[in-house]
Design a protein around this ligand. Structure first.
Ligand code: PEP
Length: 251
């Protein structure tokens, strides 16, 4: 099955990095029959430069956020129509930094998910527990609850076009990766939750990514797990060589 590798640049990068990153990704995906799909999520001002650098290569254009309103007086925000205008293919929703720093609730994540699907952009629904929740044994119920709210009201075909990213909060940007077993176990729980919304076959076809300190060294073993369909990469997606090695790990 094709793997999906998404790079989340957060509030980092430059035009020069867009150019060198796209060159580096192209040289990796050109060498193979491409069993990996790659998406780059730069800050908004770089979406146009990214689109231009990609040309007709098979690399997706990702956004890190979207506003729920279609247009209007929302200074500093980006609408789904603007994302569509830049041929954005994917958009993160509910990243833990949006939840913890900008107060995004499960309900808002659900609204954004539906809005993106209505405009044919794939939502990458981020879920994950804090260290406290894991240590008190609430990690599975926390993630299941986040996901259930996000998926509320989605049809089977909408679910099929959605991507889920499991990102334990304690592993994001900390250098602490979940073990392959911890990650895969949570992916199995997520898959079971998806089955409550769709047939097992459809649930199987939804991509579930792992995110949290993925790097060139640990990507291979994570991607070999039965229910890990790809990775959402933060820090290492800013380094062309490391990101290329992560892509190669999925080939
Ligand atoms: C992320 O930002 O989604 C992420 C997983 O970051 P990092 O890889 O740096 O932990």
């Amino acid at each position: 099955m094709t793997k999906l590798i998404i790079g989340n640049w957060k509030m980092n990068g430059s035009q020069a990095l867009v150019a060198s990153m796209v060159e580096s990704i192209k040289s990796v995906i050109n060498q193979t029959s491409s069993s990996v799909q790659v998406v780059v999520c730069p800050p908004f001002p770089y979406l146009g430069v990214l689109k231009q650098a990609i040309g007709d290569a098979n690399i997706g254009i990702g956004a890190q956020n979207v506003h729920t309103q279609l247009s209007g007086a929302f200074t500093g925000e980006i609408s789904v129509g603007i994302l569509k205008d830049w041929q954005t293919t994917h958009c993160l929703v509910g990243h833990s930094e949006r939840r913890s720093l900008f107060g995004e609730t499960d309900q808002l994540v659900q609204e954004k998910t539906k809005l993106l699907l209505d405009h044919e952009i794939k939502p990458v629904i981020c879920v994950g527990e804090t260290l406290e929740q894991r240590e008190s044994g609430q990690h599975e119920s926390t993630v299941t609850q986040q996901l259930k709210v996000a998926l509320k009201g989605l049809s089977s075909s909408e679910l099929e076009r959605s991507v889920v990213a499991y990102e334990p909060v304690w592993a994001i940007g900390t250098g602490k990766t979940a073990s392959e077993e911890q990650a895969n176990q949570m992916h199995i729980v997520i898959r079971k939750t998806l089955e409550e919304h769709a047939t097992p076959d459809l649930a199987k076809s939804v991509m579930i990514l792992y995110g949290g300190s993925v790097n060139a060294k640990n990507a291979g073993s994570l991607l070999q797990q039965s229910d890990i369909d790809g990775c959402l990469v933060g820090g290492a997606s800013l380094k062309p060589e490391d990101f290329s090695q992560i892509i190669q790990a999925g080939l």
